[in-house]
Design a protein around this ligand. Structure first.
Ligand code: FAD
Length: 387
């Protein structure tokens, strides 16, 4: 009987690794790969700040059927299970899930890779919101709310907040001010403090050029609980303790990342909910348990570092399956972050380089990398090249 190679999650890490194992190891080591996902579609969430803008990227540019992407593999080697993993017993090599028909199912594995990633608070579609349909519905609702709002407040000055503010302002605020766009951020500059000051200053300047109102050193501490459309009064607390109110038709939070690991035994998790991993990207004490991407507690949670992990594991699985020593993953401590600010500009840091706006636009901003998604979903490429 074939060995069961179970992959939980068909996101930016799990999906390419499923292809890789099928292409390179399944026949040689007699594996049956089972890929489990809550969503029937792979979601190119990197483009979500632009997808959320009415009339911009359509869903067919960002949602791709997982079943279609794997239809080229034989059913003796591959199975896609649409379902939600609920519990996991690593001592019995078993996970329990509920499939899309509501039936409970247990899967026993020989090897497991956990790649269940992360989601955003308030069901914001910056990442998947459960199923593919739920995510499309959340995007559609957000587009309608944006369409009818005259004043929009964005909470959070991280990369998602900056990109979303940039997209909104590019569409509605520059030259003509159809809508007022305000970004409230807790620090004095946008983007996380790990990013160079020059890049953060450039982000602020680019947002201001698009007429984004920035309220710095402030947190949104009160949001209206009702979801009735119309004016909302937000409470803001500044770093110095002073309070102010801000009226808006629409408030959009971009904060609150949570890791999709609720099915794992608490002893396997860090305090923030990510899975503990060794330098071999394995769960401590379990040689047959690997974890990768946002759900694994190594590196920051960005696709650029996840990509290095994916390439590492692709090679390391060959050693593991051949019962050779599994190599250690070497973390790259350099900061890499590329952030679009509207459709024609961007900022970024690549190592110690404060990247030119044109560079960010060329590689990301002009299409949000949607040009590579068909090949990504087919397992032919990662963001940084062939795979
Ligand atoms: C707006 C935005 C823009 C970004 N832009 C960039 C960028 O330009 N560059 C960059 O490097 N990074 C970027 N990132 C970060 C990047 O999106 C993540 O690092 C990446 O998606 C992580 O991939 P993953 O495979 O670990 O998890 P995910 O992509 O989150 O995939 C998780 C998978 O697990 C499944 N799943 C979850 N829970 C369960 C469960 N209980 N049962 C079954 N299946 C489950 C999901 O259905 C999904 O298939 C961006 C993030 C956001 C929010």
């Amino acid at each position: 009987m074939s060995k069961s190679f179970l992959i939980l999650g068909a996101g930016m890490a799990g999906l390419p690794l499923a292809h890789y194992v099928l292409k390179h190891y399944a026949n040689q080591h007699d594996l049956k790969v089972t890929l489990v996902s809550k969503s029937s579609d792979f979601y190119w969430n990197i483009a979500s700040p632009r997808c959320a803008i009415p009339g911009q990227l359509t869903d067919d540019k960002t949602f791709y059927s997982i079943a279609d992407a794997f239809s080229k593999y034989s059913s003796t080697r591959f199975e896609f299970v649409l379902g939600t993993v609920e519990t996991w017993d690593p001592d019995r090599n078993t996970i329990n899930l509920v499939d899309s028909y509501g039936s409970k199912k247990a899967i026993i594995y020989h090897t497991i890779l956990v790649a269940t990633g992360s989601a955003y608070a308030n069901n914001m579609p910056w990442k998947l919101v459960g199923s593919s349909d739920d995510t499309k519905t959340a995007l559609s609702r957000l587009r309608q709310e944006i369409q009818s709002a005259k004043s929009i407040v964005i909470g959070g000055g991280g990369p998602t907040g900056v990109e979303f503010a940039g997209e909104l302002a590019y569409e509605y605020a520059r030259e003509g001010a159809q809508k007022s766009i305000t970004l409230v951020m807790s620090d004095s500059l946008p983007l996380p403090a790990i990013v160079m000051t020059a890049t953060r200053q450039a982000a602020k300047k680019e947002l201001e050029k698009l007429d984004v109102n920035i309220i710095a050193n402030a947190k949104i501490t009160e949001t209206p609980s009702d979801q009735v459309p119309g004016k909302r009064m937000l409470g803001i607390t500044k770093t110095d303790g002073s309070k102010q109110s801000l009226e808006a038709d629409l408030f959009v939070p971009t904060w609150g990342v949570k890791f999709n690991t609720g099915f794992a035994p608490p002893s396997m998790l860090e305090n923030d909910g990510r899975l503990k991993v060794t330098k071999q990207l394995r769960a401590p004490g379990y040689e047959n348990v690997f974890a990768v991407g946002d759900a694994a507690n190594l590196d920051s949670y960005a696709a650029a570092v996840r990509e290095a992990q994916v390439r590492h594991l692709a090679m390391a699985f060959g050693k593991y399956l051949a019962e050779e020593r599994v190599p250690e993953y070497k973390q790259d401590d350099r900061t890499t972050m590329t952030v679009t600010v509207g459709q024609s500009r961007g900022v970024g840091q690549i190592g110690s380089w404060n990247a030119w706006s044109f560079f960010i636009w060329f590689f990301k901003g002009r299409h949000m990398c949607t040009n590579i998604v068909p090949d990504y979903v087919a397992g032919n490429t990662l963001i940084l090249g062939s795979f």
